[in-house]
Design a protein. Structure first.
Length: 84
């Protein structure tokens, strides 16, 4: 069974001791806006990447419309300007 985004955030942030306010601040949005995005599952891919970085986690995107052919693919984000 797959957890809803709300339950997933609760599980992850509880273990990491990160509050919604801290994540909202890191994204440059209000706590209320962050809460709304969690409830409605409306984060942009860039916001999800920032949240994953903040929680020191990897992020995977899944295309639910894609056909599974049994092959495993690994996609890495190209982090430009890391050394700056």
């Amino acid at each position: 069974m797959m957890l809803a985004l709300k339950e997933t955030f609760k599980a992850i942030t509880g273990n990491k001791k990160v509050t919604q306010l801290e994540m909202a601040t890191a994204l440059g949005i209000s706590k209320q806006n962050f809460s709304n995005k969690v409830q409605r599952n409306t984060f942009s891919p860039d916001e999800l990447v920032k949240i994953a970085d903040m929680l020191d986690m990897e992020l995977a995107f899944i295309d639910k419309n894609a056909e599974f052919n049994g092959e495993k693919y690994v996609i890495e984000q190209n982090k430009e300007n890391e050394s700056e």
